[in-house]
Ligand binder design. Structure first.
Ligand code: IPE
Ligand code: IPE
Ligand code: MG
Length: 242
């Protein structure tokens, strides 16, 4: 959902949480140790979002490409998701957080899908902060699934051709998995990488970017506020002249 935001506070902050493996390696530990520690950074960013008035926080937790990692790391990560959701849900619910998972849910196992459904159902009426976890998500996958849904909707319609001719960008937006979520005002990537890695390709069209060397397990409230301070100084023009 594209909207122009001229406030100094982002409505939606999205974070590519990167650098867990390197953080663990630096300490002579297994990569998964970094993933475990990263959960505390998630908690800190949720709290900082609520404190600062950010209404949407989305986190890239697992990409479609991440399925190509060693099986043991994938299994540990999926187990960690279930555990983190179970551990955090009371506190998220109490703090008015609506919890949403977006991605290719068909690839997730039954136990994880059940946990996700239960957490989403439990928190669906909360409205202080919407926390979106992108899981088994990639931008190209999202655009492709949107195109498939569109074809299925129009294929037997006698007015198919006319409707396609009239189709606008905002009509297409409704088929994306993020249709209920405003486009991110700010995309943060940790760990010194300067790429999108197939994240929110469509939705990030006018996002501001903030890159930091900080590894995800070290990204806490102060770092989150620093990113917001940087955003507050940006001049968003949306192609216009100011
Ligand atoms: C981010 O940390 C977490 C996921 C992508 C699941 P990484 O696991 O990518 O850590 P690095 O980038 O290898 O250090
Ligand atoms: C991007 O991180 C995906 C997530 C943070 C979930 P990666 O570590 O997978 O990205 P690349 O491989 O360095 O591009
Ligand atoms: Mg990485």
């Amino acid at each position: 959902m594209a909207t122009e935001n001229n406030s100094t506070l982002p409505l939606h902050v999205s974070i590519i949480m990167d650098g867990n493996g390197r953080w663990a390696k630096e300490r002579g530990k297994e990569r998964v140790y970094g993933h475990f520690e990263g959960v505390s950074s998630v908690r800190a960013c949720v709290e900082a979002s609520i404190e600062t008035g950010v209404r949407y926080l989305s986190l890239f937790a697992f990409s479609e490409e991440n399925w190509n990692r060693p099986g043991s790391e994938v299994t540990t990560l999926m187990g960690l998701m279930v555990k983190a959701m179970a551990d955090e849900m009371d506190s998220l619910d109490k703090n008015g957080v609506r919890f949403v998972v977006l991605g290719n849910r068909e690839r997730l196992d039954a136990a994880l899908n059940e946990t996700i459904d239960a957490c989403m159902e439990r928190t669906k009426d909360n409205d202080t902060l919407t926390l979106v976890i992108f899981l088994s998500y990639s931008g190209k996958w999202d655009i492709l699934q949107a195109a498939k849904k569109l074809v299925l909707e129009l294929k037997d319609d006698p007015e198919c051709e006319a409707k396609l001719n009239d189709l606008t960008v905002s009509d297409f937006d409704k088929f994306l998995i993020t249709s209920d979520i405003p486009d991110p005002d700010l995309i943060v990537r940790t760990s010194g990488e300067h790429r999108l890695s197939n994240y929110l390709l469509w939705q990030g069209a006018y996002s501001e970017f903030y890159f930091t060397e900080t590894l995800w397990p070290d990204f806490r409230k102060d770092q989150f506020r620093e990113a917001l301070n940087s955003y507050a100084k940006r001049d968003r023009r949306y192609g216009k002249v100011k």
